[in-house]
Design a protein around this ligand. Structure first.
Ligand SMILES: *Cc1c(COP(=O)(O)O)cnc(C)c1O
Length: 430
């Protein structure tokens, strides 16, 4: 490590920057994807779905090929593509049979769509708190939030690490709940030898531009349950027009959408899936190098990987011990950014604090579904219901996005030097 750099004046206070280069943009798209897309365009068949009971109800050649490959890769019975993971989450909540007014326990520490998918079926999101090490749902808080109206848990494998599936599955069994896993950010991460996203009733992955692998927009649902798989395919593709001919008798939530992913995206997805292991391994290497270079810095919690798990590092998550450091997160962030560190963000999301929940205004302007008699009880979204998530968001959590850049080992060393310089001179930030 370069000790001289650590002793130079902080860039924030007028000294020289550690990092004077622009990092390469992360871009998993190459010639393979260009060729795959070109072949589809030249075929003229950009989508083959039909919204009726017909062989084309299942989509065209590339949709089906991509789905079969996802089934093999993730080791599941059914993979079902959708035009976004937001669509996938909506389909999942409908497919597991959620009724209006049912409560679904969800993490507040996620992208908003995890909770909105619940509201789409006029069900009630109930926010449980998270663990401060994995940032995923805390099983104890989940159990404490169960009421007679709870029907499912929506757990989020946030930042690239699986939720505590053993404990969540035990709770689900005990209370007869379904589990949906939002594994948008953790494709390729393992939980006890199985892929995150595959240990629940239904899970899946986002294929949007910012994720590990992408098709521009898109998503993949995975399940081992035949009935849920049928219902997912129906909700994806105009269920109400198909059920009669398909011989479906359970009409609950057979309200269809057009959530179909096109042939071009699936052709690209086939190539992307082949690269997933390599892409995740490269991020893992970057994260492990960062951890090796930062682990002795005081008051800095680095990403932890639970036993028998692997991390796919969508985000490199840190927690600052503000009492030990004596400097605010904002000031530390400013100092790191001044040294040229990019992709930093203080805090994440506290979904329960969004205006929709604070004002309880979603559908129309009169508080539906909370004020409707389908809603069984008063559900609180007040600040204070998720103290761990709130404290992390307000003052201690520091993220470094790993989805924005392709970092070389030199880049990683520069980032480490920038952190070490700021830490060596923390006193001057007071
Ligand atoms: C990206 C993301 C989504 C939404 O996925 P889209 O494909 O963009 O619709 C949902 N949940 C989490 C945790 C995400 O990171």
């Amino acid at each position: 490590m370069n000790v001289i750099v650590e002793l130079e004046k902080l860039a924030l206070l007028g000294g020289p920057k550690v990092i004077n280069k622009i990092f390469d943009r992360y871009n998993p798209i190459g010639q393979e994807e260009v060729l795959a897309a070109k072949n589809v365009v030249e075929s003229g068949v950009l989508s083959k779905f039909l919204g009726c009971w017909d062989p084309d109800f299942f989509g065209g050649a590339k949709v089906q090929e991509f789905e079969r490959q996802c089934e093999t890769y993730f080791g599941v019975k059914h993979a079902i593509t959708v035009n976004s993971w937001t669509s996938g989450l909506i389909a999942a909540v409908g497919a597991v049979g959620i009724e209006p007014g049912d409560e679904v326990i969800v993490s507040p520490w996620t992208m908003c769509a995890s909770a909105t998918a619940i509201l789409h079926w006029n069900a009630i999101p109930v926010f449980a708190d998270i663990e401060s090490k994995t940032f995923c749902l805390d099983p104890k808080s989940v159990e404490a939030n169960i009421t007679p109206y709870t029907k499912a848990i929506m757990t989020v494998d946030i930042f690239g690490h699986s939720s505590n599936m053993d404990e969540l599955n035990t709770i689900a069994k005990k209370y007869n709940l379904k589990i949906i896993t939002d594994t948008a950010q953790a494709p390729g991460a393992l939980y006890k030898g199985r892929y995150a996203g595959t240990l629940s009733d239904v899970g899946g992955y986002s294929l949007n531009y910012h994720k590990h692998i992408h098709t521009g927009e898109g998503g993949i649902l995975v399940t081992n349950d035949d009935e849920i798989a049928d219902r997912l395919r129906l909700i994806r593709n105009h269920a109400e027009a198909v059920v009669a001919d398909m011989g479906v008798t359970n009409l609950s939530n057979m309200v269809g959408y057009n959530f179909r992913l096109g042939e071009i995206e699936c052709a690209i997805g086939i190539e992307q899936l082949k690269k997933l292991d390599k892409l995740v391994a490269s991020r893992r290497k970057t994260a492990e190098s960062l951890t090796a270079g930062l682990k002795d810095l005081r008051g800095l919690q680095l990403p932890e990987v639970m036993p028998d798990c692997t991390h796919s590092y969508y985000v490199y998550s840190m927690v600052l011990d503000i009492n030990t450091l004596g400097v605010s997160r904002q000031r530390i962030c400013e100092a790191l950014e001044a040294e040229g560190v990019v992709g930093l963000a203080g805090g994440y999301t506290n979904v329960h604090l969004l205006p929709m929940y604070q004002k309880k205004i979603a559908y129309g302007s009169n508080g539906f579904p909370w004020t409707s008699d389908i809603c069984h009880r008063e559900v609180s979204y007040e600040k204070g219901i998720c103290p761990v998530a709130e404290e992390l968001h307000d003052s201690t959590y520091l993220a470094m996005a790993m989805c924005m850049h392709q970092l070389s080992s030199d880049d990683v060393n520069l980032i480490i030097q920038a952190f070490r310089k700021v830490w060596a001179q923390m006193e001057s930030l007071k």
